[in-house]
Each structure stands twice: as C-alpha cells, then as structure tokens.
Design a protein around this ligand. Structure first.
Ligand code: BTN
Length: 326
C-alpha cells in the first residue's frame, strides 16, 4: 500500500481529529517530508486536509470523494484490482470493454462519479447522477475456470447485498436475476456483458457492471423510474468514505465467491435473499406476460416457476415482475 493510501486510511480513521506530522511519520515509518508530499497529493485529488502548526493534519468530515486511495485503503484483497477512476463517462461497462479489447488485465476496475449513458438490461438506461450513487465495472477473464455467466451475476448480487448491509446497516433483497430491492423498490442493478470464443464457446472475458443508488437525488428520480427506483438512504452521505467502502466491500466479497465459483458458496444466501420465492409473478417474454408462481432457484441460478396452466419450467434469462396481491 502506498504512503498516500496508508495516510488516507489513518486520517479517515480519525476524521475531525488532528494527528501530528511526527506521529504520522513514525506510524508509517517515513519522513515528515514524505507525509507532506502525500498530503499534497491527496489535496490534489480533492481531499480537504487542514494543517495546523501545533496539532498536525485533519481530514474534513465533509465530502465523500471517490478516489483510488480511499478504495484501496479499504480493500482487503491487496494487489488484485487496478483502478481507473473517472469523473464522467458514458458507461463504465462500455469504457471497460474498450480497455479489455486493448488487453487490460483481469481485475481492472473502472469507477465513475457519473454516467451519462448508463446501461441497464434489456436495452434500458441506468440513471447515474453524480454524487448519489456508485457506478463501477470489473473486468473478468475466467478462461477455462467457468463458462457460466449466470453464476457471476448471482455472486455479484450477493456480494453487493452483503456490502450494503456492512456499510449502511440496511438489508436488501434480491429480485431474480440481478436487481437488489429495498421495500419493494430497486436500489441496485447489475449488468454482465460477456464475450465468447467462437471456437470452444468458452467465455473470453466478462465486464461485470454494478450500479447502486446510494442517496436520493435532490430532484428525485426521472419520470418512468420514479415509481420503481429508490436509494439505500435518505440521509446525506459523506462521513467515513461510505461510497468507497461500499465499492471495496463489494469487490472483496465478490472476489471470494468468484475464485471458487463452481462451489456456489453464494447460492444459499442468494436463495435466502430472494424476494420472489413463493410469490405470484408474471414471466415477461416477447409473447407477452404469463402468470406463474416462483417456486425455487435451482443450482444454475435459474428461476423455477409453475405457470398457471400447471407447466413447470426453469427460466435462465429474461425478466419477471411481481403480481400485485389481490
Ligand atoms: C439493470 O438495472 O438492468 C442493470 C443496471 C446496471 C448498471 C451498472 S452501473 C455500472 C455499469 N455501467 C453501466 O452502464 N451499467 C452498469
């Protein structure tokens, strides 16, 4: 971990309290001059760090900056991820796909403060305003490890749900296949774009994109999604680098699942968090919507349903909606 990252961690852990330059220098086993340089570099990233002659340095409690140093300060899987932090992009999935084509390694993560053309499933848009959410994509190159995109998405759903609970203390449910819900409203969407080798049909690479609505935008959500979208919290964020902690916790948890994906260690929790099981739903397809009951999630993360005509089927992709209780 760089001096800058370690310094940020120390300052974040004692927000609002001053720590002297010499205490920081001895804690990190570097010179006071090295501390000063790291402080300047953090300031250049946008961190507000005040310096007082007798007291030392203090990180302002305001602001919830997304920075590499802050994410790295919370990541437990050191050396696995390479971060590319952007202020504004069209879509982190699109940008990461371009980087993948140029040879970016597995573990490359693109994080954006804002997306101007965030992508959702089924060609939908994902509303991604600055300062209110986290939007990031991870490059995976599973090679012969697996060919199962559905497991990657399901593992990511559980990892993100756990991270939300760890950072915000809020329990979210999973709406098959990849949406996280809080009180019947969507707070997170996940989109995995995979490319396959035509020769052997194995997955060459996958871009796993995760978007979380952290706080409600000042003017609410745009027409069309306002009835279905919500945020994790209504309170102002900013203390303790919550968004960076959320990204770090999600990546760490996901990485644990991904490294032994076929063991499906996420599956029991995926099932336990499901908001669909036992409920009446509609299965949406090009032919229209068919009423059914959601029975179970099978080992391939397919949704097993019984249609109202009695036919039982395991659905591997597509979309369902919850039927209103009558
Ligand atoms: C959905 O709701 O259908 C999936 C939404 C996925 C949104 C995330 S935000 C980061 C990444 N970049 C995108 O353009 N989309 C995903």
């Amino acid at each position: 971990m760089s001096v800058k990252t370690q310094l940020l961690k120390l300052l974040e852990n004692s927000r609002e309290a001053y720590i002297s330059g010499s205490a920081l220098a001895s804690e990190l086993s570097v010179s006071r001059n090295a501390i000063w340089k790291a402080v300047e570099s953090l300031r250049a990233d946008g961190y507000e760090i005040s310096a007082t002659t007798n007291k030392g340095y203090r990180l302002s409690a305001r602001g919830d900056l997304i920075s590499e140093a802050s994410i790295a300060a919370h990541i437990k899987n050191e050396g696995v991820f390479r971060f590319d932090i952007r202020k504004s992009v069209t879509s982190t999935n699109t940008l990461l796909r371009e980087l993948a084509v140029k040879g970016a390694p597995e573990g490359t993560v693109v994080v954006a403060e804002e997306q101007t053309a965030g992508k959702g499933r089924m060609g939908r848009a994902f509303h991604s305003p600055a300062g209110h959410g986290v939007y990031f994509s991870v490059l995976l190159r599973p090679g012969p490890k697996t060919n199962e995109a559905a497991l990657i998405t399901a593992a990511a759903a559980v990892a993100t749900a756990r991270a939300i609970e760890e950072v915000f203390g809020v329990r979210v449910g999973i709406k098959w296949v990849n949406d996280l819900y809080l009180d019947e409203k969507k707070v997170c969407g996940i989109l995995t774009n995979a490319t396959f080798d035509m020769e052997n049909s194995l997955m060459e690479s996958a871009v796993l994109g995760i978007g979380v609505n952290v706080t409600t935008p000042e003017h609410g959500y745009p027409e069309g999604i306002e009835a279905v979208a919500a945020a994790i919290t209504d309170r102002l964020i900013g203390k303790n680098g919550e968004r960076c902690r959320l990204i770090a916790a999600t990546l760490d948890s996901f990485w644990g699942f991904y490294n032994e994906l076929s063991a499906r260690r996420f599956l029991d929790e995926y099932r336990a968090r499901s908001i669909l099981l036992g409920r009446d739903i509609y299965v949406l397809s090009q032919e229209g919507k068919q009423p059914a009951r959601a029975l179970e999630i099978d080992d391939e993360c397919r949704l097993v349903v019984r249609f109202d005509n009695g036919e039982v089927a395991a659905i591997g992709s597509g979309e369902v909606s919850i039927r209103a209780r009558t």
